[in-house]
Design a protein around this ligand. Structure first.
Ligand code: R5P
Length: 312
């Protein structure tokens, strides 16, 4: 049984890079679309193979999710020996609990659907919530891009007095991971979401006055979290020269314009979702292809992934 990569259309560049890095064959795959919008993938020969279907579920979330489900089903019906869904950015991970009556647990619905379609294992990168593992009926390997991004920060010569800032309480574990690699102090902001694109932040906890800040998050969607973090940091005397780092740069809609108005020197993200050029932003993209390729190699050989996993 050989390891083979099947790529959906969500991030073909990343899938190709994963395949090239470790010399895995990329299975010829086509994705047709019917006039009414239905998607019909056609996967090459995967019979008896250890198949890794690479498909982050960033924009357009639902198209990419449905395509992933259909690819998994196609692999199963074609006789693949083992099927792993590689979902570097896992959409719906933020819906990991009901915050009020009437809401679904979206993350659970999505993991159930992937398993029903044929996924025997999931690989994700820095999911919004580690609860994903508990709610999924098959093993979930939660990799982290933090060492990759911390390495990029080191080559930027972040000053010794820079503060690593968690823009909400959910980012505390993440910021602690960066702090352990970069040996910098930490500040934390309390945030309340007030709408889909708006949040309210309170005074940071920690010493930020007169110091440069590196704001650390798992993802940037509409940019409201970063905008509010910058506002309260400036109000507390932070140096107006920010570095922002996040694993998943969704940067939806007009986020680039929103962030371009802020004193951000560098915006560092990975390619878990495909990145378009954004001339308005000082964007730097680090690839997670080597991380994913290494993880796939180890899983294929049934070796443990400990060093690559997220801290929970
Ligand atoms: C939420 O808790 C996440 O960790 C991010 O802070 C959030 O999803 C970012 O979204 P936005 O960029 O829309 O504020």
């Amino acid at each position: 049984m050989n390891a083979q990569i099947v790529s959906g259309t969500s991030n073909r560049i990343l899938a190709r890079a994963i395949a090239t890095t470790q010399g895995f064959p990329l299975v010829p795959t086509q994705v047709e679309r019917f006039p009414d919008g239905e998607i019909r993938p056609l996967v090459g020969d995967v019979r008896g193979e250890d198949v890794y279907v690479v498909q982050p579920t960033g924009r357009a979330v639902h198209d990419h999710l449905i395509e992933l489900l259909l690819l998994l089903d196609a692999c199963r019906r074609s006789g693949a020996e083992r099927i792993t869904a590689v979902v570097p950015y896992f959409g719906y991970a933020r819906q990991d609990r009901r915050s009020r009556a009437g809401e679904p647990v979206g993350a659970r619905v999505m993991t159930d659907a992937l398993v029903a379609a044929g996924a025997e294992r999931l690989i994700v990168v820095d999911p919004h919530s580690s609860a994903l593992e508990a709610m999924c009926a098959v093993p979930v390997e939660m990799l982290t891009a933090v060492p990759t991004l911390a390495d990029a920060l080191m080559s930027m010569a972040i000053p010794d007095d820079a503060v690593l800032v968690a823009p909400d309480l959910g980012a505390v574990k993440l910021v602690e991971h960066y702090a352990s690699l970069l040996q910098r102090s930490v500040a934390v902001i309390r945030k309340t979401r007030t709408g889909g694109t708006t949040v309210h932040a309170e005074d940071p906890i920690g010493d930020v006055d007169g110091r440069p800040s590196v704001i650390v998050d798992d993802m940037i969607s509409c940019g409201g979290t970063i905008e509010e973090a910058v506002r309260v940091l400036l109000a507390r005397g932070a140096v107006p020269d920010f570095v922002v780092v996040a694993t998943h740069g969704l940067l939806v809609g007009t986020t680039a314009d929103r962030l371009a108005r802020l004193p951000i020197r560098r915006l560092l993200v990975t390619d878990t979702v495909s990145q378009e050029p954004m001339p308005a932003l000082p964007l730097q993209v680090r690839s997670v292809a080597a991380l994913l390729a290494e993880a796939i190699g180890w899983l294929h050989r049934d070796e443990p992934l400990d060093d690559l996993l997220m801290r929970t």
